[in-house]
Design a protein around this ligand. Structure first.
Ligand code: ADP
Ligand code: MG
Length: 253
């Protein structure tokens, strides 16, 4: 059985892309077949696994707008078992173009139905907004992982996200669940981080992952080398924690 997980938070810079790439790479390293779906026009997941966007013939845009078969867009990565549906800047136009199309919220779901059987996990990296691309992702997904940065105002904006999840549950995808809440970029040297952890745990309780992602310089370097942390620096703290997270997520199968 395959599971489709959206990584969502309309705030930018909270670790969605870092988590998509490295959770996906971690799962694949543990022997799972994983499909990453980049649905952010910035295409950072795409370049983050070493795909040169200039060489991409068909991307997620073509699936959503031109009804190109998803199988025609899937690319392999340097990690065995880790594939990707890439995004390019072309996707920036999709928000507007989808407005006038029929069943615009269901486009991604329909497309993924055709390929999800080949994978254990499909991980969708959402853009930093609650627009139609994120709605498509939540509609296609079985569950959502919410990364939260251990910073001031960590919970700010979360009620909007949870509201959107409820709206999707009510109108488009009744079985959508919250898979888990992931604390990211913890700076262990400050008390602030500890306060944020407590605040988030009070709010989300057992939904908060045991694995907490610390700030790790190697995690921020890996994307510029077109690699996940698992291949870029397997001995780093970043690789250790994302493998740990992969095990934790898989354990909830
Ligand atoms: P989002 O996709 O939510 O916008 P990103 O995953 O792109 O967030 O992360 C924002 C920035 O922070 C990126 O430059 C990324 O490399 C860096 N980053 C993410 N997680 C960590 C971490 N745990 N330690 C250090 N840098 C990180
Ligand atoms: Mg991102």
């Amino acid at each position: 059985m395959s599971k489709i997980i959206a990584i969502a938070n309309q705030k930018g810079g909270v670790g969605k892309t870092t988590t998509s790439v490295n959770l996906g790479a971690g799962m694949a390293t543990l022997g799972k077949r994983v499909l990453l779906v980049d649905i952010d026009p910035q295409g950072n997941t795409t370049s983050g696994v070493g795909v040169n966007k200039a060489d991409v013939a068909n991307c997620i845009y073509d699936i959503l707008i031109n009804e190109v078969e998803p199988a025609e867009t899937i690319l392999e990565t340097m990690i065995d078992g880790l594939h990707i549906i890439p995004a390019t800047i072309q996707l920036a136009g999709a928000e507007i173009e989808l407005v006038s199309t029929i069943s615009r919220e269901l486009r991604l779901k329909k497309a993924l139905n055709a390929v999800k059987g080949k994978y254990d996990y499909v991980i969708i990296d959402c853009p930093p907004s609650l627009g139609i691309l994120t709605i498509n992702s939540l509609t296609a997904a079985d569950s959502v992982i919410i990364p939260i940065q251990c910073e001031y105002y960590a919970l700010e904006g979360l009620s909007q996200l949870l509201n959107t999840v409820r709206l999707v549950q009510k109108n488009l995808n009744p079985h959508l669940m919250i898979e888990g809440v992931l604390l990211t970029m913890l700076d262990a040297r400050t008390n602030l981080g500890i306060q944020v952890i407590e605040e988030v745990k009070k709010y989300f309780q057992e939904k908060v992952y045991r694995t907490i992602i610390p700030r790790n310089i190697r995690l921020s370097e890996a994307p510029s080398h077109g690699q996940s942390i698992i291949t870029y620096d397997p001995r780093s703290k970043g690789a250790e924690v994302y493998l740990e997270l992969a095990k934790e997520v898989i354990s909830y199968e």
